[in-house]
Design a protein. Structure first.
Length: 43
């Protein structure tokens, strides 16, 4: 588990346009990542 202030591990996620985005490719940019755990569910 990472804690606030830790360096995030490198990862790749699919963007809304279908392309893949890797965290390391954004080095030097500000990054905001949102998670919606109940998106598209009845919960």
């Amino acid at each position: 588990m990472i804690s606030e202030g830790d360096v995030a591990p490198d990862f790749t996620l699919q963007a809304d346009d279908g392309s893949n985005v890797t965290l390391s490719s954004l080095h030097g940019s500000n990054v905001v990542l949102f998670f919606y755990p109940k998106d598209n569910t009845s919960g």
